[in-house]
Design a binder for this molecule. Structure first.
Ligand code: ZN
Length: 237
């Protein structure tokens, strides 16, 4: 069973198609923020539903469906939320409104932000990872997104360390893991290629996929979304 773990697709259809083609997975899981920022919310959600992906909500999906206060967003993100809400089809709205920011899938715990705060916390260091391991002692493998940065943490007996996710990581029993696939639609680690995580036979591999960035940028500009949302895709920031 080959699982492709995606997060933060952010209405970027070009990046999503490139990742799905590259992954050729038996099953796809998406850790939230399907929409927001990009110009293709309907097509992205439809594509994910069509491939039978297991979906949870991110803070942008919650904000679009009026379950998360847009006052927490910066001006650009808030503008993208308003644009998305005004432009999506009613059935896409309903699909997003049915998602929660936390779920179990195949024995793994899926959250958008963190285990202690599934909608909003940015899990950025070993302290936050330790808090998430403590918040729910029952999971061995936790998958999260939200930071747009590939990352991995291992925990055993109260100590937590950050792992180098540039190399494949073997997920052995006896240790707990928190893994972030990075972002499909708006990477922020300086590498503009779409990022995702492949899980097969307890080996986690982070993958990067080139995609039609100019195509995605052209649609963002044509939609009248803030120009920065197109510009930043080149830099992967
Ligand atoms: Zn996001």
């Amino acid at each position: 069973m080959r699982l492709a773990v995606l997060s933060d697709v952010h209405s970027n259809l070009e990046a999503l198609e490139a990742v799905l083609a590259h992954a050729d997975a038996d099953r796809v899981v998406v850790l939230g923020d399907l929409v927001g920022y990009g110009a293709d919310p309907d097509a992205v959600v439809r594509r994910l539903l069509e491939c039978g992906a297991f979906l949870i909500a991110g803070n942008h999906d919650l904000a679009v469906t009026e379950r998360f206060d847009v006052a927490w967003f910066n001006v650009v993100a808030a503008e993208a939320v308003e644009w998305t809400r005004a432009n999506i089809e009613p059935d896409i709205y309903r699909s997003l409104a049915a998602l929660e920011p936390k779920a179990r899938h195949d024995g793994r715990l899926l959250v958008h932000g963190s285990v202690r705060d599934p909608a909003a916390e940015y899990l950025r260091d070993a302290y936050a990872a330790a808090a998430s391991f403590e918040a729910d002692p029952s999971f061995e493998i936790g998958l999260y997104g939200h930071t747009h940065l590939p990352a991995a943490y291992a925990g055993s007996g109260g100590s937590v360390r950050r792992l180098d996710c540039g190399e494949p990581i073997v997920l052995r029993g006896g240790e707990r893991h928190l893994l972030n696939p990075g972002s499909v639609g708006q990477p922020r680690d300086g590498d503009p290629r779409a990022s995702y995580l492949s899980l097969e036979d307890d080996v986690a591999r982070w993958r990067r996929v080139p995609y039609d960035i100019a195509g995605a940028q052209g649609k963002i500009r044509a939609a009248g979304l803030p120009a920065i949302l197109a510009d930043r895709l080149d830099a992967g920031r």
